[in-house]
Ligand binder design. Structure first.
Ligand code: PEP
Length: 257
């Protein structure tokens, strides 16, 4: 049984004060939840303060990005070690906004995955096809290349620290969620890739999150799918009420062990 993970990507939103307010409510309302990994990813400037606020909770703090160098002349960048120093346990990499707006390639994303794992951080590794790629029937080819190149040289052992997030680009921030069936098809395919690139054990153990307009009213159906192990949530993670409802998704009886 894979432990579900619900992660909130706050993107470029919230001042330090606002981030603290939201983290405080989430902490208070989730203090008895132990069977779900809850992760929040505020902007860099809020991380250290939010980390202080999260002491004593099970909520994991995540960076939204990093640069794959320990230190040096890289103006404006933040290393995995500095994320750890600020209190992070995870970092998101390969988000489609980074791929599209900042031109990040699979090989650069792979460098980040390697640097994060070397620094002892967990990785939330995002992949996903654009609408054009889906319509051209290139979705599976694209996902396979993203997994193969983004996880190049990552060992089966290291995969225990990697969570994959399938985020169809056409569903991010658009209000257009993949149907439960579309999500399951993609997740089952990605799990098959992991089986091929690694082993049955790695494929069975790796969590695959769905991301793309996850909301309180669609989370239950998505989470009822066999291969959907959690959600990476953007917009709906900015409102405590919505994010808490997503965390409290209704478990499908057929998926309980
Ligand atoms: C995201 O930012 O990863 C995301 C899925 O955003 P949204 O939930 O707003 O679509």
């Amino acid at each position: 049984m894979r432990k579900p993970m619900i992660a909130g990507n706050w993107k470029l939103h919230k001042t330090i004060g606002e981030a603290l307010d939201l983290a405080t409510v989430i902490k208070k309302e989730t203090d008895t939840i132990e069977d779900i990994d809850i992760v929040i990813a505020p902007v860099f400037t809020s991380l250290a303060k939010v980390a202080e606020q999260l002491v004593g909770s099970n909520i994991g703090l995540s960076g939204q990005n990093c640069y794959p160098a320990a230190s040096g002349a890289f103006t404006g960048e933040v290393s995995p070690a500095l994320l750890r120093d600020a209190g992070c346990r995870y970092c998101i990499v390969g988000h489609s906004e980074r791929r599209q707006l900042f031109g990040e390639s699979d090989s650069f994303i792979n460098e980040k995955v390697q640097a994060l794992l070397a620094a002892g951080l967990g990785v939330i590794f995002c992949i996903g096809e654009t609408l054009e790629e889906r319509e051209d029937e290139r979705m599976y080819e694209v996902l396979a290349a993203q997994v193969r190149d983004g996880l190049r040289d990552i060992t089966a052992e290291q995969m225990a620290q990697v969570v994959v997030a399938y985020e169809p680009v056409w569903a991010i921030g658009t209000g257009k969620t993949a149907t439960d069936q579309q999500a399951e098809e993609a997740h089952a395919f990605v799990r098959g890739l992991l089986r091929g690139f690694y082993t049955e054990e790695v494929a069975d153990a790796t969590r695959i999150l769905y991301g793309g307009s996850v909301k309180p009213d669609n989370v239950d159906g998505l989470m009822a799918q066999m291969d959907v192990d959690g959600a990476l949530v953007g917009g709906a993670s900015l409102k405590a009420e919505d994010f808490l409802r997503i965390i409290r998704f209704r478990r499908s009886p057929s998926l309980e062990d």
